[in-house]
Design a protein around this ligand. Structure first.
Ligand SMILES: [Zn+2]
Length: 587
């Protein structure tokens, strides 16, 4: 005890202060990291990946001009010991400051607003993992950050404000610091309160006006209220929805989310971002608090694998469906249609019988080659497994228990210091419901057996009807880049026209253009494919093994599988109870 005390006196813990400056030329965020009581040596690291986006980032490409100085301003030796880390000899200084510039090397990319990280004349989003280095060994130390901004710029972040000034915020640890993106600049702010807790939406449309803001904010209020009702209370002091007119989908954070949505989408329909908003908001619980054991504390230097992304992402997709229906943003028929569409997509994909949800979760970091170029999304698998589990739990308990009970159980038991393992997840379902799902796990979670839909759907008075109708075969799917900032990759259905072409497209080919349309992300692939008519010539510019290639093929036809949920004749009272229970909050 005495020894520990003496050591503590001799080596006071490092204190961390960051500042982020937006320079006039907007070339990069200029970062200063001040360390009081620096360890000797001090190793600082920029993360190689970001929680929520399970891919490497090549983040070393974004860091420039790393220097270190002592409190007296004397330069200190800096040695780069890996592409993402630097070692500084503090030379007995009681305080050192490390300075660097953080920004994408491609200036066009850097100025283009997305949901993660950009800087342009009127605004910017600070992505923590690509902006802030951590002090190796001290990720659990508290930190403060100050933003130095152009005149008139404001700050929206989930970080805790301080009494020091309006531009300085506090974080209890590095993990929280980088899990709190900041929108900087000129933007619109809408506030609302639900469950006694302040919420706000900040919207950066690059000077554009929001369309029907009252309808937009009412949507967010309903989503928040409905999701909170599943658990009974909000687990944060305040919540910030950050919307950026641009691309990128959503990313979840501890008490905020960043959502990139095309400005045209919001202008056309103030509910246009409802699905992504519900998904990201439900992540407040599922993944940010209820998490697989591997997802925290994070190892930012290496990829982190888990078999449970189907639960963290896919079941979150299921809850987005549920929340929208319970919130009255979708009609009950829309809920059934969303799930029917997913069942049809699942049934159309032969990979469903080859790659289990646990396998597709585990191999998210890998090339599709590890699964013989078969691809199925753990989002899709998990959405459907969530639906099946909910039906099965309600069926076996006469609607007394549901997936909501499992979520609440997990929040109570697996949302602390340690997350859940695969076996603990299955055990939690048993504990929360009193029913055993080992067989379910074996067949459909660890296994890739065909799902007997009607056995499950019957509980809510549905059956599925599959139909095959001729459709234009220009089937080209897509998956995100292997490394962030890279090109989106093709997914080619076995037997499709794209595959059968003379020099056919292959799963994993990097997509450059489809029929002249540049491919920035998956939404371009969907739009390009949708525009192709029967018999049309399709020209795909791609890159394979670093070599450009052009693939031409004629769009043929194929039998597209669709699913519909139909009401069973002779609905029982129990079926009606379960159907109503799905769409009505349990509390
Ligand atoms: Zn997600």
């Amino acid at each position: 005890m005495l020894l520990v005390l003496l050591l503590a006196l001799q080596n006071p813990a490092p204190e961390l202060y960051y500042s982020v400056t937006v320079p006039t030329d907007r070339s990069a965020y200029l970062v200063e990291m001040q360390i009081n009581n620096p360890p000797n040596p001090s190793r600082v690291v920029i993360p190689n990946w970001a929680p929520g986006a399970y891919q490497l980032m090549d983040s070393w490409q974004n860091i420039r001009d790393v220097v270190a100085v002592s409190a007296a301003g004397d330069p200190l030796p800096v040695h780069q010991d890996s592409p993402i880390s630097w070692v500084i000899d503090p030379k007995c200084a009681s305080r050192i400051t490390i300075r660097y510039a953080a920004g994408l090397p491609d200036v066009n990319e850097w100025r283009r607003p997305n949901n993660r990280w950009f800087l342009r004349s009127s605004s910017g989003v600070v992505d923590g993992p690509r902006t802030f280095m951590y002090l190796d060994g001290w990720k659990q130390a508290p930190a403060r950050v100050t933003f130095q901004l152009p005149a008139g710029w404001r700050i929206a972040t989930g970080l805790v404000p301080t009494t020091i000034d309006s531009t300085t915020f506090a974080a209890p640890s590095y993990d929280v610091l980088i899990d709190s993106p900041a929108l900087l600049g000129r933007f619109l702010t809408y506030r609302f309160t639900t469950a006694g807790t302040p919420h706000r939406a900040v919207v950066d449309l690059g000077g554009g006006r929001a369309h029907a803001p009252a309808v937009f904010v009412d949507m967010l209020r309903r989503i928040s209220t409905t999701a909170i009702r599943v658990f009974g209370a909000a687990p944060y002091q305040d919540y910030t929805y950050i919307f950026v007119g641009g691309r990128g989908g959503g990313l979840e954070h501890l008490n905020s989310t960043t959502i990139g949505v095309p400005t045209e989408t919001l202008a056309r329909n103030p509910h246009g971002a409802r699905t992504v908003s519900a998904h990201e908001f439900f992540h407040v619980w599922n993944v940010k608090r209820i998490r697989p054991v591997e997802l925290g504390p994070f190892d930012y230097e290496h990829e982190v694998r888990t078999v449970n992304l189907w639960w963290s992402e896919g079941v979150t997709d299921y809850y987005a469906d549920v929340i929208l229906a319970r919130a009255g943003l979708d009609r009950p028929a829309d809920f059934a249609q969303r799930l029917a569409t997913s069942i049809g997509n699942h049934r159309s994909n032969p990979a469903r019988l080859l790659i289990s949800p646990e396998r597709s979760s585990w191999t998210v970091w890998d090339s599709p080659a590890v699964n013989n170029s078969q691809v199925i999304s753990y989002y899709l698998q998990g959405e459907l497994l969530g639906f099946l589990l909910d039906l099965a739990i309600r069926d076996s308990t006469d609607n007394a228990k549901s997936l909501d009970d499992v979520m609440r159980y997990l929040l109570d038991h697996s949302a602390g210091e340690r997350g859940f393992t695969r076996d603990e997840l299955a055990a939690a379902v048993r504990s929360a419901t009193g029913r055993d799902f080992e067989e379910f796990w074996r067949r459909y979670v660890s296994g890739a057996s065909e799902i007997p839909w009607d056995d499950y759907l019957r509980a809510a008075g549905w059956k599925v009807v599959f139909t095959e109708t001729p459709a234009v075969d220009a089937r080209i799917g897509s998956i995100p880049p292997a490394v962030q900032g890279g090109r989106w990759r093709a997914v080619v259905a076995p037997g499709s026209a794209a595959e059968a072409a003379g020099r056919g497209l292959r799963t994993g080919d990097e997509l450059v253009r489809i029929n002249g349309r540049p491919i920035v992300d998956g939404t371009d692939v969907t739009a390009a494919v949708r525009a192709i008519g029967r018999g049309a010539v399709v020209v795909v510019a791609a890159v394979r093994d670093g070599q450009p290639l052009t693939i031409r093929f004629s769009a043929g036809t194929y039998n597209r599988v669709r699913a519909q949920l139909r009401d069973l004749p002779g609905q029982t009272a129990k079926m009606r109870r379960i159907r109503a229970g799905l769409l009505r909050a349990a509390r």
